[in-house]
Design a binder for this molecule. Structure first.
Ligand code: FAD
Ligand code: SIN
Length: 540
């Protein structure tokens, strides 16, 4: 009798557990089959809730296949936004434990030409963005491109849609982009960021995520690594294979937008394959393997893979000078008035030249090897005017110990001499008398006077060195963001079912990207990719 009673208890307990599990499944895992999911996802949903504060429990409704977005950086988020707007459901997968990729780190801002924010700062006209981009892209722009890669059309789209991209973020996504700075290689100030404490990348990513998570047809899974692109017998992409942490393999069917970022963090993989000469250079990108191989396995064409951007200013942390990972000293610091000084305390370059030119000038000087890292000894110095305008950046860098505030009188005599010389140049520039022998024409917010009058003023200084930052090369794609596959005879053809956007793509920036144009390409081409992929699942 006792045995029978305990059996009854066991049955009751099992029933209760089963019932609770069924309820939880209904709550967290509503239209599973509608989204094309094949295998059980219960453990993933719980995992997601544990580690991802941005995640939504809402799953797509309707019977259509979803748009699958690989990567939760700005390119992926922009694609998701437009795909949802076009009526598709979106499943976003990211292998990182948190969303945002490198996009969340962006520190200087996003380019836009002809915006109302430029007008408000007295820039009434901006018709040089296309020309600036082509000049910066250099020889690559005139070199023969792989068939199907229309560099001119891609740059026209990038620059021509820049105002609407900024307006979209400001008006629809509610991001403050009211401050405009002039970065290297730009003829006028056109790089937009907000006036608050949040750097532009974090502001944009968090605002977009907020919008997306409010949509019940959107879901995001972090720690979900895509390891296969599934194809049908017609070679079209049908979906993805992925796994979550140590979990079992999953498959998901749908139109795929590939927004997996660049390979500047893949030091021992693609970077060493295409640019072995950069071995030992520090990077602004945390170490992460590239995902380009998934596209290569489908026969996708690649372009400009050896065009790797060296950013001139990564901070050397006095607490860990040999670290291979460096915090970026945002280019906006120079745009707002900062200058660069050599190890002997002299200015040596127009600080607002393009990144390749500034980096080359630094790397022509003597370097040292700290630990196993190759670096150069350059001082970045901001006068009080530049420090004030860049206050939110400076506050963070001072807190991290990367920037020190010092009175002019406490600097070395060589640096004081250079500061005085430059201050005199800037002071006379308003009377149109001065020409910088190094060619700088825009002085940002520099207001420090020359001579004894400046000795008790406080400047901001940090040590910087060139860093691997961005990969211009990537997968070949067209103006509809379709990934191109190589065919015999050098031709290319779009791969059905597959779109790409962001740093994973190549052909836009040529040999050198302009600062602020990566966030822009993510927004412009991410939106195109999302809209085009959505068309394929919801019809036109
Ligand atoms: P990312 O934002 O890098 O996102 C890619 C995502 O894909 C990642 O989250 C990654 O985890 C995920 N992923 C990769 N492979 C897989 C896979 N197999 N399965 C699942 N997920 C995968 N550009 C500007 O224009 N302005 C700036 O001010 C600026 N500042 C910068 C500052 C720093 C410190 C850095 C590093 C870069 C900066 N850039 C800036 C460059 C710019 O931020 C990036 O190039 C851009 O954000 C890339 O966006 P993305 O969406 O293509 O890729
Ligand atoms: C920076 O803030 O200097 C980076 C900007 C960019 O990479 O576009």
């Amino acid at each position: 009798m006792r045995i029978r009673r305990s059996r009854l208890h066991l049955i009751l307990i099992s029933f209760t557990i089963g019932f609770i599990t069924a309820i939880l499944c209904m709550v967290f895992f509503r239209p599973s089959f509608a989204t094309g999911l094949r295998l059980s996802r219960i453990p993933i949903i719980f995992g997601k809730l544990n580690h991802n504060p941005f995640s939504t429990t809402g799953m797509a409704s309707g019977s259509k296949k979803p748009v699958i977005v690989v990567g939760s950086g700005l390119a992926g988020l922009s694609a998701a936004y437009e795909a949802l707007k076009a009526g598709a459901s979106v499943r976003m997968l990211d292998r990182a434990p948190k969303p945002g990729g490198n996009s969340i780190k962006a520190s200087s801002g996003i380019n836009g030409a002809g915006t109302r924010f430029q007008h408000a700062q007295g820039i009434s006209q901006d018709d040089t963005f296309y020309a600036d981009t082509v000049r910066s892209a250099g020889r690559r722009f005139t070199e023969a491109s792989p068939a199907g890669v229309d560099r001119k059309a891609l740059v026209e789209l990038l620059t021509g849609r820049s105002e609407s991209a900024v307006n979209w973020l400001a008006d629809e996504v509610s991001v403050d982009l009211s401050v405009v700075a002039q970065l290297g290689g730009h003829s006028v100030p056109r790089t937009h960021r907000g006036g608050g404490k949040l750097p532009p990348g974090a502001a944009i990513v968090s605002a977009l995520l907020e919008k997306l998570k409010a949509n019940p047809n959107f879901s995001l899974e972090n720690s979900a690594e895509v390891d296969e692109l599934l194809t049908g017998s017609d070679d079209a992409v049908k979906g993805v294979g992925y796994h979550v942490s140590e979990g079992e393999a999953q498959e998901l069917e749908g139109a795929v937008v590939f927004a997996a970022g660049g390979f500047a963090g893949d030091a021992h993989g693609l970077l060493s394959k295409h640019r072995p000469d950069l071995a030992g250079m520090p990077s602004t990108n945390e170490a992460r393997p590239a995902s380009h191989g998934l596209l290569a396995s489908l026969g996708a064409a690649f372009v400009d893979m050896d065009s790797v951007q060296i950013h001139p200013t990564g901070f050397v942390d006095p607490k860990d000078p040999g670290s291979a990972y460096k915090f970026l000293a945002a280019e906006a610091l120079r745009g707002e008035g900062g200058i660069l000084l050599s190890s002997t305390g002299e200015r040596f370059i127009n600080e607002l030249n393009t990144r390749d030119v500034v980096s080359d000038a630094i790397m022509a000087m003597q370097h040292s090897t700290v630990g196993s890292t190759r670096q150069w000894d350059v001082t970045l110095l901001l006068d009080p005017g530049a420090c004030e305008v860049a206050a939110s950046h400076i506050g963070f860098y001072v807190w991290k110990g990367l920037v020190q505030k010092k009175k002019v009188k406490d600097l070395s005599p060589e640096i004081i001499a250079s500061v005085d010389k430059y201050a005199a140049l800037v002071a006379s520039s308003s009377k149109s008398e001065s020409v910088d022998p190094l060619g700088r024409k825009a002085f940002g917010h520099w207001r420090l006077p020359p001579g004894e009058a400046n000795r008790d003023e406080e400047v901001c200084v940090g040590t910087v060195t060139p860093v691997v930052h961005f990969t211009m090369g990537g997968v070949a794609f067209d103006t509809q963001a379709r990934v191109l596959r190589s065919k015999e005879g050098g031709e290319t053809t779009p791969i059905a079912g597959l779109w790409a956007a962001g740093e994973i793509t190549g052909g836009i920036h040529g040999a050198n990207r302009l600062g602020g144009s990566s966030l822009l390409e993510c927004a412009v081409f991410g939106r195109i990719a999302g809209a085009e992929a959505a068309k394929s699942v919801v019809g036109v």
